[in-house]
Design a binder for this molecule. Structure first.
Ligand code: 6PG
Length: 271
């Protein structure tokens, strides 16, 4: 029986406003973890949605560059494409260009997945990186302070694609996943690891995601077809940051909060 999860979804008028909310969430969770434990561990996704968030975080005229305790942040990836770091498809490469090269984050605190290696070897090495950097013992599972996810129009998240082997993996922390629908391999955290995080957030924008998002949150449970339904954090809470277009097919978010730089509507669901 799947655990009960309370989904909170915050709906912003534009993708830009959603990206700003996502950057603020990133900054506040890093600051909170550092204040509590002296260190913050965050896992980020690839794809297009994080680009605007990275740019906001690295903006010299913005509110984040000078305030985020970058030297106490340890940065990990949720997934990676099987390409080298200089390949335009590289999730690490995009983050390096838009964020890492612009913020004072120590290189030894950046844990990239080695997409250039054999996928199985890269997955095994990254599992060791997680175990060593977090000093995990035995069956201990990593607990990120924040895991930031995206969602594809096919309902995938991380590199957990529909009808792929990684959906059945519950023992390992990281796997190589053959994605036949893209005729490629990916390296991805497994869903039990994501669900162990202190906070999990989906950051989604665009009308192209409205139908699948409504299916994932309000439709029947079909995890093989909609892998994002596997994301049910063990603390029973799941946050979605959305723009109006992506939220268009969800039950109306009724609570409205207006702040100096815009408004957001908030809704919640039990899944
Ligand atoms: C990746 C991602 C993937 C992404 C979704 C959404 O490597 O592609 O980690 O899971 O989050 O595909 O991608 P967009 O943000 O481009 O819509």
């Amino acid at each position: 029986m799947a655990r009960a999860v309370t989904v909170t979804y915050e709906v912003y008028p534009t993708p830009e406003a959603m990206a700003l909310a996502a950057a603020r969430l990133f900054a506040s969770r890093v600051e909170k973890a550092v204040a509590t434990r002296g260190v913050a561990r965050v896992a980020i996704s690839g794809g297009s949605t994080p680009k605007a968030i990275f740019q906001l975080l690295a903006d010299p005229a913005g509110e984040f560059l000078a305030t985020v305790p970058w030297d106490k942040l340890h940065l990990y990836w949720v997934d990676e494409r099987c390409v080298g770091p200089d390949d335009p498809e590289s999730n690490y490469g995009v983050a390096r260009e838009l964020l890492l090269s612009k913020v004072p984050l120590p290189a030894e605190n950046v844990y990239r997945m080695e997409g250039e290696l054999d996928p199985e070897e890269a997955a095994a090495r990254y599992e060791s990186v997680l175990r060593n950097s977090m000093k995990l013992e035995g069956a201990e599972s990593p607990a990120f302070d924040l895991v930031a996810l995206g969602m594809g129009p096919d309902g995938h998240t991380a590199s957990l694609f529909p009808h792929t082997a990684a959906l059945d993996e519950i023992g390992r922390l990281v796997v190589a996943n053959h994605v036949v629908q893209k005729d490629t391999w990916r390296i991805t955290l497994t869903w039990p690891v994501i669900n162990q995080a202190t906070e999990v957030v989906f950051e989604i924008d665009g009308a192209g995601k409205a139908d699948v998002l409504a299916e994932v949150l309000t439709g029947p449970r079909e995890i093989e077809r909609l892998p994002s339904q596997l994301i049910r954090p063990s603390n029973g809470k799941l946050l979605f940051l959305l723009d109006e277009a992506a939220a268009a097919k969800l039950p109306a978010a009724t609570e409205v909060f207006t702040t100096a730089d815009g408004s957001r509507k908030v809704g919640s669901l039990e899944i």
